[in-house]
Design a binder for this molecule. Structure first.
Ligand code: SF4
Length: 292
């Protein structure tokens, strides 16, 4: 449940320039603003200590490699579009790419890097290389239990990992053609691009998911107001989602892909709950929307 806080803290550390403790505090504060009312979540103190202990190693790695650009959770894909994902961190250097994947637990078993972690990182390497048009020069895992763990590789390892993953994917598609039933859950859905328009998501989403996905609301548009800053405020009724039952609510700071009219259905995932009044929410940079 603390995975998203850990990811956000890492983002604030490397891209926001905050100290480890400030990055953690801000990540927790953002979660609380998302509506989680618990003062301290189970395991939070331990997670914070681990983050503060391991953060300097990540900062040192980025300094040593001379990162010119740092991209946190960029969406990446292979050239044929068959494999897609979000790498935790991609650093662009003068000579190539450094791809880092974050793990909250241990990454070694019996003295060796776990094969599943290694394979995942090789795939992220392939996708990042396509996305950024640069060769991969360094792969690493940042484990909150073990620190920075370099993952040695040669180019053939990356090619082999992609070939094996595509073979498995095509075999799966042959056995299970067409659309498959959803497997909703906060871990599965939190990065899924379909979450705002996925019926399986809306029939399962609950208050327990708020830590991972924020506030999710779907309802009928009653009123629309535009601000001078280019954002939209929407009043909705017949609202469902992962909040206590509301007859109506207002959502501000929206940036919609098209104009919306009263009577249309609007679905929003990744909102923050405003402190007052009850039934007020605001969009964030992580909010995804679906209209109609
Ligand atoms: S949003 Fe729907 S399609 Fe996406 S992971 Fe969740 S259940 Fe699956």
């Amino acid at each position: 449940m603390l995975g998203q806080t850990m990811h956000r803290a890492m983002e604030l550390l490397v891209a926001g320039g905050l100290s480890a403790s400030d990055a953690w505090d801000q990540a927790v504060e953002e979660k609380d603003a998302g509506g989680d009312e618990r003062a301290v979540r189970p395991g939070e103190r331990r997670a914070r200590l681990r983050f503060e202990r391991q953060a300097p190693a990540l900062s040192k790695l980025l300094e040593e490699i001379g990162a010119e650009e740092i991209h946190v959770e960029p969406r990446v894909t292979t050239a044929d579009g068959l494999l897609t994902g979000r790498a935790d961190l991609v650093a662009v250097t003068a000579t190539g790419l450094v791809v880092v994947d974050h793990k909250s637990g241990t990454v070694r078993a019996g003295g060796h890097i776990q094969e599943s972690h290694r394979e995942q990182l090789l795939l992220y390497g392939a996708m990042a290389s396509h996305a950024f048009g640069r060769a991969v020069e360094h792969l690493a895992l940042i484990s909150m239990a073990e620190g920075v763990v370099d993952v040695p590789f040669v180019d053939a390892d990356i090619e082999s990992a992609v070939a094996q993953a595509v073979t498995r994917l095509l075999a799966y598609n042959r056995i299970a053609p067409g659309s498959q039933p959803g497997d909703p859950g906060p871990e599965n859905c939190r990065h899924c691009p379909h979450r705002a328009r996925c019926d399986a998501f809306w029939s399962s989403v609950s208050e327990e998911w708020r830590t991972e996905i924020g506030v999710a609301l779907r309802g009928r548009v009653l009123r629309v107001e535009s601000s001078a800053r280019g954002t939209t405020a929407v009043v909705m009724e017949e609202v469902t989602g992962n909040v206590e039952r509301l007859d109506s609510c207002i959502v501000t700071e929206l940036r919609l892909c098209r104009e919306i009219s009263p009577g249309e259905t609007l679905a929003l995932v990744g909102l923050q709950q405003s402190r007052a009044p009850v039934g007020s929410f605001k969009a964030t940079e992580r909010t995804v929307t679906s209209i109609g």
